[in-house]
Each structure stands twice: as structure tokens, then as C-alpha cells.
Write a protein that binds this ligand. Structure first.
Ligand code: ARG
Length: 582
């Protein structure tokens, strides 16, 4: 809801003896632009006053007067509605004009000032390459991180790596096996995958390997130097590979954000003690659990029969740690929908522990990522490991870049594009994959197909990037400094008003995206903005950007720059690069 609607409501309210909120809630958009821009229906007033709605509309409209040079020109009765007509040049100044005057401030807000949000995202289980399904948490989290920052919040980015568990014992088994042949075997993320596959192939045949793996993990837990040494190597190599991928996707965790499950090993005992002191731990089949029956949930397992801690124990300890260290106003866990029950249990246990901040924790969940048929053509076999058929994110990115390269070269019209094809293909290919995350609300399952993801016309990342490049190229061709006071009345296209209305809604889109933890609302907004612009751009018969009148051209190019700024800002929040030429 644009700010000007609020102004309409405030103007109208005293005339009909209603509250601005009440009026605002009733405002509608007239079906035709000629009818006006904000409409107030008079039906309920008519009932109260026992008069015909059009008569009431006419009476109200007659009473309304607007000073020249304000946001509204007039209010007119159209049937049963009172319709406000916007003063386009004024609106242009309050939107595009504001953006151009201080581009750094455009899209930012101070609303979050003084508040802290902890974001737990990406958080993969390591010691194997990142699977493509991890892109959802990673991209949603990174977008929310940038969004909250733009909204004034202090943001703590946490990558809660799954860096502990029996998988590490499995890798050690395979590593030791190999060491017999090659004592100096190098370890990187690809050889880790090989070790992983080798272990599973072996374990299928030989059941004793599982015991060996458990024994190695036990050694690790007991601090055995060799086990710890290997664990460190496996972990460091995994993080190295992760960081390379993150850099491609515009994701940056500070060093201090890499606090994985292992970090909480020495903090869990205190958590368990507190649970016990509160009388929350009960025995069940030899294990220690928190009973949640009263809340219709299965018990939350804290200590296994053998005394081992588990995922939940660590999450409780990490929640306490985060609260103690960051004193958050919100703590968001950007984790797949499958863990819905799990997080409800965790938050309930925190509440039972007496933490009133438990209500500040929230599971920001999302649906599944599926792949369309023929996604990887005939070489599907090379794209997936036999165990679990994981598709690696890196390969998806590489494939996207390859396809983007072909697409760009096919459409390339300038030397600039072909000369920069490598970086451009990377920006567009990766951008396409990133944007595909945001084409639907996060709870919807996403089906990934190349056609959809890489389309230059549809609701895709490349389409937005292409529009940005087009705007940039228009500005380059124009090549002059923009005026400090554009004569907005010279932007005369009938759709121009709609474009400025759209610009006035940018801040609302960001606010809504924050409120709902839903970056897709920004993507939707950007697509709509591009669509409005294209209606003007393609109407070449009626509208030129470069005209014979210098003031007119300057005003129109100012609109182009404001639009470009907005696109670039929104793309930046989502994690897409904004190419200047494409
Ligand atoms: N490592 C987990 C997984 O890959 C996700 C961790 C989410 N964060 C958390 N605090 N539990 O499924």
C-alpha cells in the first residue's frame, strides 16, 4: 500500500466522520486509469445515510479541494466511487526524484535500527560436496541477511555446519584403507566424495565397516589425536570448497559465523544440567527425553541410551549460546519444511526451560526443490552419485553458466558483450539459478527446468538482468549528466504514472518481504516493474526517450536511471549481479 493511499485516507476521513485506518482499508484501485488512481466506494456510507451511493460520491467529491502542487489534483465522483487523481509530476519527484537525490539511501530504512536478528542458513552437513537442494536455504538466508541489513537491523549470519557425527568416522575408515596404498594421499573435497563413495560401496558388502566407523567416531569424541587431526583436515577442506561456491553466489559468512555443531560439544553438558534442574528430563527406554505429549508432539530426545547427545541437544545449546552472545530480537532458522516438527519441539523445550525469548525464535521453512524431466539430458549418470542421487550445486551452476553463455552469444549485439562473455555468462548463469529460488513463495515446492530458469522473456533472472542492461545502455548512449531538478511533467506517456506508482511501492515490497521473511515478494515486485517499463519502451510510436527537446530527454532519462537504480538495488538484495550490457 503506497504512502499516497494513506494521504487519500487522511484527507477523506474527517469529511465522512471515519478514522483514516477505516477509510484506508476500504480503498481500491479503479479499473481504468482514466477513472482515477485511488477509489473509495460509498456503499456502506449509503446504507448508513439511506441515500444512493452515486449521490453520496458526488457530495463528497464536491467537498474536496486540493492545493496546487500537492499529491492529488482532484477527487471526482465516478458512479458510486470517489476517485482521487494523482499529480504525476509530484509523484515522480517523490519517488524517482528521491531515488536520484540519494541513491545510497534508496531502498533502505531505519525501521530495524537497534534490533538484532540471528540468521541460521545454509548450514549443510559437510565432508561432501554441497548438494543442489542446499541452494534454497543458502539463497533465502543470504537474501534475508541483505534485506534485514537494508532495513536497519544488526544481522548475525550463522552457518551451522553439520560438522560432527558418524559420517566423519565413515570417512576415516575409507581414508585409513587408502592410506595403506598411498600414505601421502591429498585430501580435497573431491577426494572426500571418493572416500564417501568408497565407504558406502564397502559397507554394502561388509557390515563390520559400520562398527569400524562408529569406533572411529567414538575416538573422535574422546579426543584421539589422529581422529581429531583427520576431522580437522576434512572440515577445513569442506569449508574451503564451500567458500568457493559461496563466493560465486554472493554469499559471505564472516569467519565467526562458521560455528557448526562441533562448536557446541563442550557446551551441551551445561544445557543438560539445566534441563535436569528444571525437572524436564524423563527416562524413556534408557534414553533421556523431554516429554511433550501435552502439546501433541512426540518426546524430544536429548540423550541416547548410550549417553550420546544428538542434533536436538546441540540445537538447544546453540540457541542458548546465540541468545547469550547476541541478545537477539529475532532468531530465524532457514531450514527445509521437513524439520517443521523438530523446530516446534526445540522451541517448546526452550520455552519450558523458562526462556521467554523462545518466542523470538522462528522456523523460516521452505518447500522442496525438484527437477524437471530431462534436466541433465543423457548424461544424468554423471550428475548424480549412486548413493542418494545427489546433484551437486557446483555442477548446476557450471551447467547454467554454459547455457547462459550460448544464450548471450546468440543474442549479442555489441562488442562489449562478446569481450566480457566469461564474466557475463557467470553473472547470468548463476543469477538465473539464484533467481529461480524466488519465483514462488518459499513454501511452494520449486521445479527447476532450464527453459524456465534461463528464459530471457519470462519470469526469470536473465529477464531482469537484461532489462537492467538495456536501461544501462540507454543511459550510456545518452551520456550526459542528469538534471538536479528534472521536469517530470515532460514524461508524458500514459503508463509513466503507473511506473511512478510502482516505484512508490518499492519500500512497501521490502517491508512486506521482511515481515513475511519472503524475498520472493521482491522478485515479484521487480518483475512487475520491468513489465511496466516494457510497456513504455515497446510503445515506440508514441514515446521516445531521446527527443529533440533537451529538457524532455533529460526528464525521461532521469526516469530510466531511477528505474535502473531500483532494479539494481532489488537484484542486489536477492543476490543477482546487475550487468551493464548483455
Ligand atoms: N545440517 C542440517 C541439515 O543439513 C541443517 C541445520 C539447520 N540448522 C539448525 N540449527 N538445526 O539438514
Amino acid at each position: 500500500m503506497s504512502w499516497f493511499k494513506r494521504l487519500a485516507a487522511e484527507t477523506l476521513a474527517p469529511l465522512i466522520d471515519a478514522s483514516p485506518d477505516d477509510v484506508q482499508a476500504q480503498l481500491v484501485k479503479p479499473p481504468q486509469p482514466e477513472m482515477g488512481d485511488v477509489g473509495f466506494p460509498c456503499f456502506s456510507l449509503a446504507k448508513q445515510l439511506k441515500k444512493a451511493p452515486p449521490a453520496i460520491a458526488a457530495e463528497i467529491a464536491a467537498k474536496m479541494e486540493f492545493p496546487a502542487g500537492g499529491i492529488f489534483i482532484e477527487a471526482k465522483a465516478v458512479g458510486p466511487y470517489v476517485n482521487f487523481v494523482l499529480n504525476t509530476p509530484y509523484l515522480a519527484q517523490k519517488t524517482a526524484g528521491v531515488a536520484l537525490a540519494d541513491p545510497e539511501a534508496w531502498g533502505t530504512s531505519t525501521e530495524g535500527d537497534g534490533r538484532t536478528v540471528v540468521l541460521d542458513y545454509s548450514s549443510p552437513n559437510i565432508a561432501k560436496p554441497l548438494g543442489v537442494h542446499h541452494i534454497r536455504s543458502t539463497m533465502l538466508g543470504a537474501a534475508l541477511s541483505r534485506l534485514y541489513r537494508a532495513r536497519g537491523w544488526e544481522v548475525v549470519d550463522m552457518n551451522y555446519l553439520g560438522d560432527w557425527g558418524v559420517t566423519f568416522g565413515q570417512l576415516m575408515v575409507a581414508y585409513k584403507e587408502r592410506e595403506k596404498e598411498n600414505p601421502d594421499q591429498p585430501v580435497d573435497v573431491h577426494s572426500l566424495l571418493q572416500l564417501y563413495l568408497q565407504y558406502h560401496a564397502g559397507a554394502d558388502e561388509d557390515e563390520s565397516l559400520a562398527d569400524e566407523a562408529r569406533a572411529w567416531f567414538k575416538k573422535l569424541e574422546d579426543g584421539d589425536p589422529e581422529a581429531v587431526r583427520l576431522w580437522r583436515i576434512f572440515r577445513d577442506e569442506s569449508i574451503k570448497a564451500l567458500k568457493k561456491l559461496y563466493a560465486r553466489m554472493n554469499v559471505h559468512f564472516p569467519e565467526e559465523g562458521y560455528k557448526g555443531e562441533a562448536f557446541y560439544n563442550d557446551k551441551m553438558q551445561a544445557t543438560i544440567d539445566r534441563l535436569r534442574a528444571k525437572g524436564l528430563l524423563v527416562e524413556s527406554d534408557g534414553a533421556q527425553v523431554v516429554d511433550l505429549e501435552q502439546w501433541d508432539m512426540p518426546p524430544c530426545l536429548i540423550l541416547k541410551k548410550d549417553g550420546a547427545t544428538i542434533y536436538a541437544t546441540r540445537d538447544l545449546a546453540s540457541a542458548e549460546y546465540r541468545h547469550a552472545h547476541y541478545n537477539f530480537d529475532k532468531s530465524l532458522y532457514i531450514v527445509a519444511n521437513q524439520q517443521e516438527l523438530y523446530f516446534r519441539q526445540i522451541f517448546k523445550v526452550l520455552e519450558l526451560m523458562g526462556y521467554d525469548w523462545a518466542k523470538k525464535c522462528e522456523h523460516v521453512k521452505f518447500g522442496m526443490l525438484a527437477f524437471g524431466a530431462g534436466m541433465f539430458g543423457d548424461d544424468a549418470a554423471t550428475m548424480s552419485t549412486r548413493k542418494g542421487r545427489v546433484i551437486f550445486l557446483e555442477e548446476v551452476l557450471d551447467r547454467a553458466v554454459e547455457k547462459a553463455r550460448a544464450l548471450i552469444l546468440e543474442n549479442a549485439r555489441s562488442e562489449e558483450v562478446t569481450a566480457n562473455i566469461d564474466s557475463l555468462a557467470e553473472q547470468v548463469g548463476v543469477g538465473a539459478v539464484i533467481f529461480s529460488e524466488f519465483t514462488q513463495r518459499r513454501m511452494k515446492d520449486v521445479t527447476f527446468t532450464w527453459d524456465k530458469v534461463l528464459s530471457l522473456h519470462g519470469d526469470s533472472g536473465p529477464y531482469i538482468q537484461y532489462t537492467h542492461a538495456r536501461l544501462s545502455s540507454m543511459l550510456r548512449k545518452y551520456g550526459q549528466a542528469l538534471p538536479s531538478a528534472p521536469m517530470w511533467e515532460l514524461v508524458t506517456h500514459p503508463v509513466a504514472k503507473e511506473l511512478f506508482v510502482k516505484l512508490s511501492e518499492y519500500q512497501d515490497a521490502l517491508a512486506a518481504a521482511e515481515r513475511e521473511n519472503e524475498p520472493s515478494l521482491i522478485a515479484t515486485y521487480l518483475l512487475e516493474l520491468c513489465a511496466v517499463f516494457n510497456r513504455i519502451y515497446t510503445d515506440k510510436e508514441n514515446f521516445r526517450f531521446i527527443t529533440d527537446d533537451a529538457d524532455m530527454t533529460a526528464a525521461r532519462m532521469s526516469m530510466v536511471e531511477a528505474l535502473r537504480l531500483t532494479l539494481a538495488h532489488g537484484m542486489g538484495i536477492l543476490g543477482l549481479a546487475a550487468p551493464e550490457a548483455m
